[in-house]
Design a protein around this ligand. Sequence first.
Ligand SMILES: C[S@@+](CC[C@H](N)C(=O)[O-])C[C@H]1O[C@@H](n2cnc3c(N)ncnc32)[C@H](O)[C@@H]1O
Length: 282
Amino acid sequence: MHLREPEHRPFEHTPAARRSRVAEWKVGEQRLYLGDCLELLPRLADNVVDVVVTSPPYNLGIAYRSYEDSLPRTEYLDWMGRVAAELRRVLKADGSLFLNVGSTNADPWVAADVAETFRKHFVLQNHIIWVKSISIGDDTVGHFKPINSRRFLNHSHEAIYHFTTEGRTEVDRLAVGVPFKDKSNIARWGHVRDKRCAGDVWFIPYRTVQSKAQKFDHPAGYPVELAERCIRLHGVEKAKVLDPFAGTGTTLVAAAILGCQGLGFELDEEYARTAAARLKSL
Ligand SMILES: C[S@@+](CC[C@H](N)C(=O)[O-])C[C@H]1O[C@@H](n2cnc3c(N)ncnc32)[C@H](O)[C@@H]1O
């Protein structure tokens, strides 16, 4: 998965050209480029990516360092549509795109609207719910951002849309499976091992942190385990993994842990540097 040279490289040796050259980090099998994914994606060849795991800005006014997360809705969805078209082009026919998008009580439709935009280019194969916090009986496990409201419940889940090109991509359900609770079901249903599909509700809590620094000073990262699960579910060994909105490099960290080749794009230099540092510290 290499980026092609830009077609036109005029004035290559001028200071302006040097300034506009894309910064790049290579750590083991992981590559990270600083820049706008819509400028970098066209430099990837067609059908080269096995798995995309990504979380774009949700347009909810999140305070990122560089990106302004509050576009007019139509402009935002138009942008998402252009990203979706590029991702469709670079994804292999049997590839998987895992798109994590959240919403809020104030804007409950944004995740569905983004999914609808991607629907023009992909088939929705699985709709996974990422549960960050859950109460069972009187016990609560996990964290969420509490809201002060007389109308709304605390928001403790987000969507992970599993898009594929035709809706027929085979996945390795047992790679992210769980042991049978009732072991007699193994023989009764003709299973060869003590593993069953874990379903499409994934409880992946954030780990407890005391400071923003422990969240890598990024307002919207997801847990490494989330990206790991997506890659393992796709089930291709040494998969080529892409994250066009790499943030602090969580997807690439997961790719590195799983022995995959990862490629990430990130607009903000500080986040990209953090991502590179995370990868180096593995
Ligand atoms: C939801 S965050 C991704 C967080 C990431 N999953 C992590 O765990 O760190 C979205 C990221 O997209 C970046 N971004 C926004 N516009 C971009 C663009 N046009 N190209 C590349 N990255 C962009 C933002 O700076 C932000 O870090």
